[in-house]
Design a protein. Structure first.
Length: 342
């Protein structure tokens, strides 16, 4: 990928941060901030991505994950703070960073009138690959994504899932150590989505590639080794999906009422009667409780007529988000319209 970001007139570098093994982490953010002029898209983010892990950026609309992806891709320069990839500063050393990263954007970047092989050949030329070296690398990446037999086929004849795999091959053509993917399974059917994640795990396990993925899908985030959950530009949670869910403890209990006012009334009564701190969200009341299945009986008996429906479940990533932010992952408008892109 060749980005059009202009390098600063004054070229400065500072020593890259070192991990315990003495090598710079694949991705490291320190107080990274971006202001669009009155709207703070990223608010002093600091975390590291480890070598050979699949790391997810999970967040709803306006969370900042798209802005962060653009900065890591060298398409934008942050307002303040630093972002480094393999020790290179994305703002001051973009060309060095581009040598380290492969990128798969959410929007299609393939020329559908060209063959699979032609798309990869043109991408390889951008990175200075040619001749036998490029030919060998094209065969390697297409074998990796299971499309070597389609090398002479026009891209427009491929299914959506196959085209996404060609995008992956394109991002890997120059053997990057870090692969950045923006909503990699957008528009794919469940089978194609599973294929994409299978290939990402193979890259991690067999080639040691560090993968960073942005997603708004909870089930997709479950595949990640670790997650950074973002909300309004802030880091609200960091850890593996299992560790984050285990922090909630107990069962997640949700009582459904007929209206928001009934939910508020029920939340207040539960708080006073059981000395708990439930949350009223729309026409529902949510809380965490050990042995939730027993607790719901007590609530229904104590407040007859208020409860219209009940669910008891183990904590999910959405429950983590609600606990950390106090509101749902999606707004009611986004749920009703289906608009869930960042």
């Amino acid at each position: 990928m060749m980005a059009s970001v202009q390098e600063p007139a004054v070229y400065r570098t500072s020593p890259a941060p070192q991990n315990s093994a003495g090598a710079a982490p694949p991705i490291a953010l320190s107080q990274l901030t971006h202001d669009y002029g009155g709207r703070l898209a990223l608010d002093h983010l600091s975390f590291e991505v480890r070598p050979a892990e699949i790391f997810g950026l999970l967040g709803p609309n306006g969370s900042g994950k798209t802005t962060l992806f653009r900065i890591l891709s060298t398409l934008m320069v942050p307002t303040n703070g630093t972002a480094r990839i393999q020790g290179f500063d994305v703002a001051h050393e973009p060309n060095r960073v581009r040598q380290q990263i492969g990128i798969v954007f959410q929007a299609r970047s393939l020329d559908i009138k060209l063959t699979v092989g032609e798309n990869l050949r043109h991408q390889g030329h951008l990175y200075g690959l040619k001749g036998a070296t490029l030919k060998r690398r094209i065969s390697e990446v297409l074998s990796r994504v299971g499309l070597l037999d389609r090398i002479r086929d026009s891209v427009e004849t491929l299914s959506g899932g196959m085209q996404r795999r060609v995008e992956l091959a394109k991002g890997l053509i120059h053997s990057p150590s870090v692969l950045l993917l923006d909503e990699p399974s957008t528009g794919l059917d469940p089978g194609a989505r599973r294929d994409v994640w299978q290939y990402l795990k193979m890259l991690r396990d067999e080639e040691g590639v560090t993968v960073l993925v942005t997603t708004h899908l909870m089930e997709e985030a479950e595949h990640c080794d670790r997650l950074a959950i973002l909300n309004q530009g802030k880091l609200v949670a960091l850890g593996s999906p299992s560790d984050l869910k285990s922090e909630i403890g107990g069962d997640v209990v949700i009582f459904e009422t007929t209206s928001a006012s009934d939910a508020q009334e029920l939340a207040e009564k539960i708080a006073n009667r059981f000395l708990l701190a439930p949350s009223a969200l729309g026409n529902t009341v949510r809380l965490e409780r050990e042995q939730g299945h027993k607790f719901v009986t007590e609530v229904v008996e104590a407040f007859p007529g208020l409860v219209q429906g009940i669910s008891v479940s183990k904590p999910s990533l959405e429950d983590v988000f609600i606990q950390r932010t106090g509101h749902r992952f999606w707004t009611e408008q986004e749920i009703s319209t289906g608009i869930k892109e960042d």
